[in-house]
Design a protein around this ligand. Structure first.
Ligand SMILES: *Cc1c(COP(=O)(O)O)cnc(C)c1O
Length: 692
């Protein structure tokens, strides 16, 4: 009975469309798709009451790991379209044909992300839920996600339309609310959807509002705006996607009655939210608005800064919006730059690592001192494997509190001389590696073979094929130190021709290695996603990260790996600069001189490949020495590195990151401070300070 009242209370706060026909069975009694409804009701009530300050977090993409993190369930089961599709794997292991598929029977991740930026946003919102922060998140419902990557032999990457079924995705509900915003000559209407991001303990939830232009009221050219993430075939559609997020997002917050007074722009994509807030205001009042905005810049790469010509803007925007946009966003060339707009809009500007701040200050000297940094992190509960968590739990004196407080991971260093801890960590790692080998059983990977992985978005500055640069050298390493398994995965943006070339090149190289298969296995996994990232970041021995410094603003996949004791082989860039003296692995290759950015185009392939092979060979030798004769050498330096990895994750996580956002960013905005009603970490951030 109480449960039914709860459902009614929920429906009075959130008007779910087609509730009777479609969602009755899943929002019933005290459950919301299997999760506790009461915490959703509590959160929704609290957010409308305006007893604390309230934050809206805007992001173009969210990678929530909903395929394995607090997945909701549906009475009717997972519909076919929302299951992970069979993906092809390209490798030098061939029988009759080149290709085998991997089949996974699992819910897909909510396909509203493309890569690291989305995963960071997802991890941030989960941490906000863990902290019980008064916050709401705003994003877009992408009807065909980013894209589905297919490999065609001799063609490389062929993008396909991704298909899924939002109406049957567990935990996602359409609302009756439709909002709109005005353009110069037409009005865009947006349907609102909601998803709830629960804390890891299921005791609080952050609402995620998703905007959707695919409604009957819109003409067809507007209905496609929320079809594909980062569609960029023309400037108009690029602009419109950003207007949907900024203008549409603000309209949605008003429509749903959230009295937001702090706005966090995760990347410049959402900068039009500021223009919305400035309509009808005088100069003094816009200054007040600026004190409500925070902007996080995520990339020093040129392609990461959106620019629009005044012509494109004039054709699209109302006169007032056009004037405001030019006033705040115009750069010297006359074009409007959303990075500049976001910086001028915001009372707080931050980079995402210490090194990135340095680069940003060089790129935007006039903002120099105002640019702060908050180094990215990963959400521990999402990315820590159950195997490694199990080891930590076996040492309660040190790690009892690790769920609530990942800062205690630093204590792993104190266990370096404990043979039990060393052995158990190794065994947990070995278990993770075996799981990966089972997942890839058709390719006959061996858990006792030295395994390296490169997996991330394919972009030139990340140098995806560096490890395949000199095959003869690779063969030599295999010949002198032992067999090698290399796993590669990543998507290139569909309009990135250089990215395509990398995929092609990698496939050609792999094709030339068929006779090496016994000792040198190279496996390229199609359609890199969060599900794969979770398997890979804990299931290999070495996580390879070779961006061209200083173009990786932070990088986060290496943080997922160290959390699981996976050793780094990396250039000195992004987050790694802050971990350089922490013993997390090997650092190699070119590094930019302090005070210089260098060129994105000069990839330093030759020298860095050579440095990479040198380091790889030494690592392989140490690895094989560690397991020589089938017996673990407990004293091996390899285990020291693994332990240093786990310990360093005490810093590179979203709990430390959110503490810093709260203290350095949100606290400086508006009036009183933004407090969650449970902030367990404040007083026990034991070692985090020492690491700065
Ligand atoms: C973590 C993650 C990324 C980010 O990787 P970087 O190392 O920061 O490039 C990209 N894609 C997926 C699917 C991820 O899980």
């Amino acid at each position: 009975m109480a449960g039914n009242n709860l459902t009614e209370e929920f429906l009075s706060l959130v008007s779910v469309d087609r509730f009777q026909e479609q969602y009755r069975a899943d929002i019933d009694k005290d459950l919301y798709f299997g999760a506790p409804l009461s915490f959703i009701v509590d959160a929704e009530k609290r957010l409308r009451e305006r007893q604390d300050r309230l934050m809206a977090y805007f992001s173009m993409e969210y990678g929530l790991a909903s395929s394995f993190y607090n997945s909701f369930c549906r009475q009717a089961g997972i519909s076919e379209l929302n299951n992970i599709p069979a993906n092809t794997v390209f490798s030098n292991y061939r029988l009759a044909d080149y290709f085998f598929d991997v089949n996974v029977d699992n819910l897909i991740d909510l396909p509203i992300y493309s890569g690291g930026l989305g995963v960071l946003a997802g991890d941030t919102v989960k941490t906000m839920a863990d902290y019980k922060l008064p916050a709401v998140a705003v994003g877009i419902l992408w009807h065909s996600g980013y894209f589905r990557q297919r490999f065609w032999f001799k063609h490389g990457q062929v993008p396909e339309r991704m298909q899924w079924d939002p109406a049957r995705y567990p935990g996602l509900v359409p609302l009756k609310n439709i909002v709109s915003f005005k353009l110069k000559n037409e009005t865009v209407r947006l349907r609102l959807w909601k998803y709830y991001v629960f804390s890891y303990k299921y005791d609080y939830a952050i609402p995620l509002i998703l905007l959707d232009s695919n409604v009957e009221e819109n003409p067809s050219h507007l209905r496609i705006l929320t079809d594909q993430l980062y569609r960029s075939d023309n400037a108009w559609i690029k602009l419109m996607q950003r207007l949907v997020l900024g203008f549409g997002g603000m309209a949605a917050l008003r429509e749903l009655g959230y009295p937001v007074n702090i706005y966090h722009l995760n990347e410049g994509h959402a900068a039009f939210a500021f223009i919305d807030r400035c309509r009808g205001l005088g100069a003094a009042e816009t200054e007040g608005v600026q004190r409500q905005f925070a902007y996080t810049c995520h990339t020093p790469v040129e392609a990461g800064h959106d620019r629009f010509s005044q012509d494109v803007l004039r054709d699209a925007l109302t006169e007032e919006d056009f004037d405001l946009t030019c006033r705040f966003g115009r750069e010297e060339s006359g074009a409007v730059n959303l990075t500049l707009l976001a910086m001028r809009a915001s009372g707080s500007i931050n980079a995402v690592s210490k090194n990135h701040r340095q680069v940003m200050r060089l790129q935007f000297p006039e903002y120099g001192e105002r640019i702060k940094y908050v180094t990215n992190g990963v959400h521990p509960y999402t990315w820590l494997s159950r195997e490694v968590l199990g080891v930590l739990k076996a040492f309660p004196e040190e790690f009892e509190d690790v769920d609530r407080n990942p800062m205690v991971l630093e204590r792993a260093r104190g266990l370096k001389s404990d043979p039990q801890f060393r052995t158990q960590l190794w065994q947990a790692h070995q278990k993770n590696k075996e799981n990966l080998c089972v997942f890839l059983d058709k390719w006959r990977l061996n858990p006792d073979v030295f395994t390296v992985c490169w997996a991330r978005r394919i972009a030139a500055y990340k140098r995806p094929s560096l490890i395949l640069h000199d095959i003869e050298r690779l063969r030599k390493i295999v010949g002198t130190t032992g067999p090698l398994q290399i796993i590669l995965s990543g998507k290139a943006h569909p309009n990135d021709n250089l990215g395509f070339t990398f995929v092609n090149e990698m496939m050609d190289t792999v094709d030339s290695l068929t006779s090496d298969y016994d000792n040198l296995k190279v496996v390229i996994l199609e359609n890199y996603d969060i599900y794969l990232a979770r398997l890979l970041t804990c299931g290999v021995d070495v996580w390879l990260n070779n961006p061209l410094p200083p173009f990786e603003a932070s990088g986060t996949s290496g943080m997922k790996a160290i959390l699981n004791g996976v050793v780094q082989l990396t250039t000195l860039d992004g987050w790694v600069v802050e971990a350089a003296d922490k013993g997390v692995g090997r650092i190699f290759g070119y590094a930019n001189a302090p005070g210089e950015i260098g060129s994105e185009k000069d990839l330093h392939i030759q020298d860095d490949a050579s440095a990479l092979y040198q380091a790889l060979e030494e690592m392989a030798a140490l690895y094989y020495k560690t397991i020589q004769g089938g017996k673990l050498d407990h004293a091996s330096g390899w285990l020291d590195m693994m332990i240093d990895c786990v310990a360093s994750a005490s810093y590179f996580n979203t709990y430390r990151m959110l503490d810093e956002y709260r203290d350095l960013v949100w606290a400086k905005l508006g009036g009183a401070s933004l407090e969650g009603n449970a902030s367990p970490r404040r007083h026990d951030r034991i070692e985090a300070h020492e690491l700065r």
